[in-house]
Write a protein that binds this ligand. Structure first.
Ligand code: PLP
Length: 408
């Protein structure tokens, strides 16, 4: 249940002040999220009560950590309706997408094959594919967005062909906040023998994700965008595809044996992809973060954020000072400019009122050509965002003119 009072107690950052002494209004949740005390305690407990490495000792502390890692893998798997062996721990969504690109893409696409992206993708879901194209001679093409900026199944049908091997798209885009019809896209991809890689950085923290129902082939996401620690992320992959994926990193903990001649046997997925000492505090923190989200209910979170989004758009429109670029998208993201003000100046003005919003191109650099805006301000919400936070934003935008007087 959305219980704002509970969140005020659980999240130390929510009662924080800015350097200028204003109460902090945090509207940059698409960038990262605050952590509840339970997550902070889980991290602390690892260091104060059972520090040890995983998979490496025959003593109780190590068994304890190992079993917590197994539990976390199960918690993550349940959260996205996968099997435990399909959940790979990585350092974040970026690392997960790179693992698919270099572990699977490099060996499964060849010269003149095609990789399909959209113009709305984050750099982390563009640049690894550029590199794969450069290394294999495959071609990058783009599924056109519709006039609002949405990815539609109909538009995928216009460009997909038998040469298409990989389609890599965000479930929710990080600038405009549209939800892609992943289930339909995956079905079309499979008709053509291609795979669908889903960037879940902005979806998994905010909406129910069922990989079996979506039938996506890979799904990448980050812990820090869902109340977990930084430096921990997940790659889900269908087990059969993970078995065809080359390890992107090799080292301790991912091999069964190797000899002087260079013969190596890798472990089965997911351990095959987890070379070296893992981010144990991150893994343990991620479990508690997911427990926290489950205690609220992911569907409640979605509904709440969608209402907040509508409220924010309504209120911002009333000011007549905001140019909004995504009034109809579903996610809790409002991307706008204060009329006549360059985005970074606008965000600096908001900062002077204690409001933290992101400005710029938000790592979606090829979306600029679509939006015809070099920079925008993005306000993004989470379940602990309040209407008062939005009112503070709206009030500041309404008074943007005072700031502009110096500007005009
Ligand atoms: C859509 C999308 N994909 C990928 C990423 C990369 O996530 P990370 O920096 O946590 O690896 C982000 C981060 O903002 C994102 O919004």
């Amino acid at each position: 249940m959305i219980d704002i009072k509970r969140f005020q107690k659980d999240f130390p950052m929510l009662t924080g002040k800015t350097m200028q002494g204003h109460p902090l209004v945090w509207l940059d949740n698409a960038s990262t999220t605050f952590k509840p005390i339970s997550v902070l305690k889980a991290v602390e407990k690892y260091y104060t009560e059972y520090t040890s490495n995983s998979h490496r000792g025959d003593y109780d502390l190590c068994y304890q950590v190992d079993s917590l890692i197994v539990e976390t893998r199960k918690t993550v798997a349940d959260f996205i309706h996968a099997k435990s062996e399909e959940v790979v721990f990585t350092s974040g969504c970026t690392a997960s997408l790179n693992l698919v690109a270099f572990g699977y893409g490099l060996t499964h696409v060849k010269k003149d094959d095609e990789i399909l992206l959209t113009q709305a993708e984050h750099a982390s879901n563009v640049l690894p594919w550029f590199k794969v194209a450069e290394m294999t001679g495959a071609k990058i093409s783009y599924i056109p967005l519709d006039e609002e900026g949405r990815l539609t199944a109909e538009n995928l049908r216009k460009v997909i062909s038998n040469k298409t091997k990989i389609i890599a798209v965000a479930h929710v885009t990080n600038v405009l906040g549209y939800v892609a019809p992943i289930k339909e896209l995956a079905a079309i991809a499979h008709e053509y023998g291609a795979i669908l890689v889903c960037d879940g950085a902005q979806s998994v923290p905010h909406m129910k994700t069922d990989v079996q129902d979506l039938d996506c082939d890979f799904l990448a996401f980050s812990g820090h965008k869902m109340c977990g620690p930084t430096g921990i992320g997940v790659l889900y992959g269908k087990f059969s595809l993970l078995c065809e994926t080359e390890p992107f990193m090799t080292g301790g903990g991912m091999n069964a044996k190797f000899d002087m001649c260079g013969d190596v046997n890798y472990l089965q997925p997911p351990l095959r992809f987890e070379a070296g000492t893992q981010n144990i505090e991150g893994i343990l923190g991620l479990k508690v973060a997911i427990d926290y989200l489950n205690s609220i209910g992911i569907e409640e979170i979605t509904t709440y954020e969608r209402e907040l989004k509508k409220y924010a758009v309504r209120q911002l429109e009333k000011t007549n000072m905001a140019e909004i670029y995504n009034p109809h998208s579903e996610a809790g993201i409002v991307t706008f400019n204060i009329k006549g003000v360059f985005a970074q100046d606008g965000a600096t003005f908001l900062n002077s009122k204690g409001i933290a919003c992101r400005s710029g191109n938000h790592c979606a650099k090829i979306l600029i050509d679509y939006l015809h805006q070099v920079a925008t301000i993005r306000a993004s919400f989470y379940f602990y965002t309040t209407r008062q936070d939005i009112d503070a934003l709206v009030d500041a935008v309404a008074h943007g003119k005072e700031f502009l007087d110096a500007y005009f």
